[in-house]
Design a protein. Structure first.
Length: 177
């Protein structure tokens, strides 16, 4: 499912964030220590190899909503942008922190002249954010940030589950291009 907004392509795909070879940067739903873990962080660190954790160590810990960038090591990308989402029910206000994540990732990508970025559904796994509410925040924030972007041309959302993918497709369809 693809949607052109201005001259930026928004896209939802179902798949693995660690296997997005055509994207310049992928986003890690990181933990504060920027270490491997379950879900997205586990998949990314497994494929990247131990060099990724080594490169990230001096940048840790990061705060909720903060984004930092590293190389991609053995991943088929150039960069990994690590972002710490809010733990639902704990880090408040969780909607604003989640919005910070998407905005800060895109602003960092823009600064680094990155043309394409793939996001997972940050905070919707171990951190417990309800998928539909998180999707609305993700898409609204991306739409608000798009007018300030010149280098970023392609934003992909990579969803793991069938339901998650369907929610993104339905929400993207409703956006006026
Ligand atoms: P968080 O701790 O921010 O909640 P998780 O990694 O636990 O991050 O989960 C975030 C979302 O990513 C969840 O919806 C989960 O189903 C999904 N997910 C898990 N593994 C992958 C993967 N390899 N690629 C893409 N999405 C994934």
């Amino acid at each position: 499912m693809k949607k052109l907004v201005g001259n930026i392509q928004l896209e939802a795909v179902q798949g693995d964030i660690a296997n997005q070879p055509e994207m310049t940067a992928i986003v890690n739903a990181a933990n504060a220590q920027l270490m491997t873990g379950g879900g997205v962080a586990g998949a990314i660190h497994r494929t990247a190899g131990p060099g990724l954790a080594e490169e990230c160590r001096p940048m840790a810990p990061i705060r909720p909503g903060e984004a930092v960038i590293s190389g991609a090591h053995n991943l088929p990308n150039q960069y990994v942008i690590h972002c710490l989402g809010p733990v639902y029910g704990m880090d408040k206000p969780e909607n604003l922190i989640l919005s910070d994540c998407y905005r800060n990732v895109l602003l960092l990508a823009e600064e680094k002249k990155i043309d394409s970025v793939a996001f997972p559904a940050i905070s919707t796994g171990a951190f417990g954010y309800p998928l539909e509410a998180a999707t609305d925040i993700a898409l609204q924030t991306v739409l608000e940030t798009i007018p300030g972007l010149e280098n970023v041309k392609h934003i992909r959302f990579v969803l793991f589950g069938d339901f998650d993918f369907e929610v993104y497709v339905e929400r993207l369809r409703r956006i006026k291009g």
